[in-house]
Design a protein around this ligand. Structure first.
Ligand code: PLP
Length: 341
């Protein structure tokens, strides 16, 4: 799964892409290879039955605790897989990405393991604690651009000029394969799983879980996006990779304006169902999981929990797995969560 710096590629969608990306679609075999790689760096995450949700929906509902991973989200799986496989030439120069938080933190952490420099472009207005979180791990933060896409454009250009490896949020075989390793862990421990429900932004969970637990068990894989930012949902329905103009949602980690070709190709081929949820349902889901289980999830993590009521009949009597994808709820959003009755 190396990314040889040989042929230039054009972006297959409306995102900025580093000209030497390997856009070969990932496979289930790639997920198994990524598992071999990640064993050295990351623990297997716990899969824990939620007694409260199981009773509330008359189902066997398990939570895959990706929030306990280093940097507090599953993103470390994909980034580490990418860095383990990049050409050594790039490790000498450095790796670069754009991020509003989790991706940048994960890049900085993984860059320490591989002894390379991490550069993270963040948009203006990014919270101080998020910048600190990246810098504490030795990452270099550049505040550029009005929004995520501006930062991403800058990062890809900087990569071209300076010889860094630009890490794309979706069009990366390693990111999809690495993320999918969580799905293999679910399949190992819970082979009887009937339904897996994950949140969708760039689509690494949707694609990665479809290629892993979706491929090696009989499980139905369901993706859920915020209705306020539903570019991926529309692309999944229509096959057209049409960006949307703005991306405002409480779930900032899945505010993806642009549908990405690589994960979308896998999701259209293999993911079984897709839904969207309202902003209110997202906030309420965070509040309820905190009140009942004392698990604090961030917005991007909440859509699968927010869709459960809609799926009540479909999941009744069945075994369900839901990843808790991240715990990095910004401090200023905590008050919104705690004020819900
Ligand atoms: C990035 C992220 C997601 C969505 O993953 P995509 O690959 O963008 O679809 C979900 N939850 C959390 C906590 C995230 O950081």
């Amino acid at each position: 799964m190396s990314s040889p710096r040989t042929e230039r590629v054009e972006s297959p969608d409306a995102s900025t892409i580093f000209a030497y990306h390997d856009l070969t679609p990932p496979t289930t075999a790639d997920v198994y290879r990524a598992r071999g790689t990640l064993g050295e760096y990351l623990p297997r995450t716990p899969l824990v039955r939620s007694d409260w949700l199981s009773e509330a929906y008359d189902a066997e509902i398990y939570l895959k605790r990706e929030d306990v991973l280093p940097t507090g989200s599953f993103k470390i799986r994909g980034i580490t897989t990418v860095l383990a496989n990049v050409d050594p030439e790039f490790r000498e120069r450095g790796v670069i990405t754009a991020s509003t938080g989790n991706y940048g933190r994960a890049l900085a952490k993984a860059a320490q393991w591989f002894d390379t420099e991490a550069i993270v472009a963040v948009p203006e207005g990014t919270g101080r604690n998020r910048i600190d979180g990246i810098e504490r791990l030795g990452g270099r933060v550049e505040v550029v651009g009005d929004d995520y896409d501006d930062s991403a454009n800058w990062a890809a250009e900087e990569a071209e000029q300076e010889g860094y490896r630009y890490v794309h949020p979706g069009n990366e075989r390693g990111v999809i394969a690495g993320t999918g390793t969580a799905g293999l862990e679910i399949a190992d421990e819970l082979p009887e799983v009937d339904v897996v429900i994950g949140p969708i932004g760039a689509g690494s969970i949707g694609a990665g879980y479809s290629l892993s637990v979706g491929a090696v068990t009989d499980a139905t894989v369901i993706g859920v996006q915020a209705a306020a930012v539903d570019a991926a949902y529309r692309a999944w329905q229509t096959g057209k990779l049409t960006p949307q103009a703005e991306a405002n949602t409480f779930a900032d980690g899945i505010a993806a304006r642009v549908p990405y070709a690589l994960p979308m190709g896998v999701m259209r081929e293999r993911m079984d169902e897709m839904y969207t949820v309202s902003e209110e349902a997202i906030v309420e889901a965070i509040t309820r999981l905190f009140r009942e289980e004392r698990i604090l999830m961030e917005g991007a993590c909440a859509p699968p929990f927010a869709i459960l009521e809609t799926l009540r009949e479909e999941i009744e009597g069945r075994t369900v797995a839901i990843p808790v994808t991240g715990r990095n709820l910004p401090g200023e959003k905590l008050a919104d969560v705690l004020s819900v009755e």
